[in-house]
Design a protein around this ligand. Sequence first.
Ligand SMILES: [Zn+2]
Length: 489
Amino acid sequence: MGYIVALLILIALPYYVYLEAQKRGMNSILWFVGSILFPIIVPIVFFITKRKISVSQSANYIPPGFRSKKLWKMGVAGFAYLILVSAVFAAGRAPSIPTSEKTSTVEKQETTNTQVVKSIQTNQNQATTTNTSNGTPVSNEPTTTTNEPTPTGKLEVRFLNVGQGDATLVKFPSGKVMLVDGGNNQYGQAVVNYIKDAGVKSIDIMVATHPDADHIGGLDVVLQNFVVKKFYAPKVANNTKSYEDMLLAVKNEGIGISSATAGVKLDVGAGATAEMVGPIKNYGSSDMNNNSAVIRIVHGSTSFLLTGDAEIESESDMIASGKTLKSTVLKVGHHGSKSSTSLSFLNAVSPSYAVISVGHNNYGHPTTEILNRLSSKGIKIFRTDKQGTIIATSNGSKVVFNSNPMSYAPTKVTTTTSKPKSTTTNKTDTKTTTSSGDCSKPLIKGNISSSGEKIYHVPGGAYYDRTIAEEMFCTEEQAIKAGYRKSKR
Ligand SMILES: [Zn+2]
């Protein structure tokens, strides 16, 4: 009877460990092999030490567990190991082994992954390299070498080109890495590839600024591919699949969710500081954008303000809070929508450079009004839709970009130019659009079905809640114009 129990445990245990490791994104093969060897090694060690059998003798030694009366010892060892492994898994993650194992998984994937989504990298390489401070070219060797998190003394902020969405990769002078947002669902793998190409092995801090699909959609894939040590999100939920996927991925990572709110200081190591300056308060569950985490990074005399999709209400509260907002580089709020970047906020931040993370969209982002506002203040503008991934590097006293700023001639906002597009552009962004009311919160979901058909879903529709939005629209008109047809249910 004892033999059978011991044998069952020996068979069941590696399988259980294999499944658990797989579920947690750890290296399941290593865990599997380890769990087979462990119950064998323990009795050997026990036997050697106890009976003082020399090493030479043990060379051809058959593990005692496999000999008649010692089987029960293996059973006991196996059982003890089962409890140990359960405890480790229950605690979320093993203290050290899974980290290194996961790194090796990542390395393996780096070499075997041939289906690389190149869009981000291509843009990165295409961008010309110019020192925008004094116009002298600087070499831009993207750090593609696999450097471990060693201090660089430089702060590197990369605004990844993820189409209409946000994903910002920050490498701190200490070597620590932060990812703020991960773009839309479809960009998840591209973001993963980009991070790998940037030589990043693990992510110290991940921030989901707010639970909109164009910010959190890709985060689940990033979580599955990298060890993420700390995760921040504002206290606001969303009933979308993207949001559920993200929560599940965070859970599988075995880390909790830390609240993203003003006053939170991020542990970014020596040489720089990062603090959340927003959201000042909770803006309720229906207001995703204003709940955006806003992060201010300081390195020497240079600084960056990452605003997510924070809108005017949050901006006003940040100004009123008295927190220092002044920054060298501003990641323009809400993709250049005019619901963000109020004049008073822009005055408070007073940036030299503005980066707009934006792609093809039907909201008219970035709006002429915001572009005018930025350029009228002499702020140099960078756009991911025009220039690809924007890399800003700070040595502590000045910020250098991988491309020249956009040349932009201010135009009157009210002017409807000869371009037929600008009429719709202005219309889509204003709040005068009739059918949906507030266009800063488009509710109609455009989705591309598995058969490639473009279908839009309106709130209350049978599939609305579980639909992942490829694009969001304010009105059905806009959706139809963009080539979508209404869902039959
Ligand atoms: Zn957004």
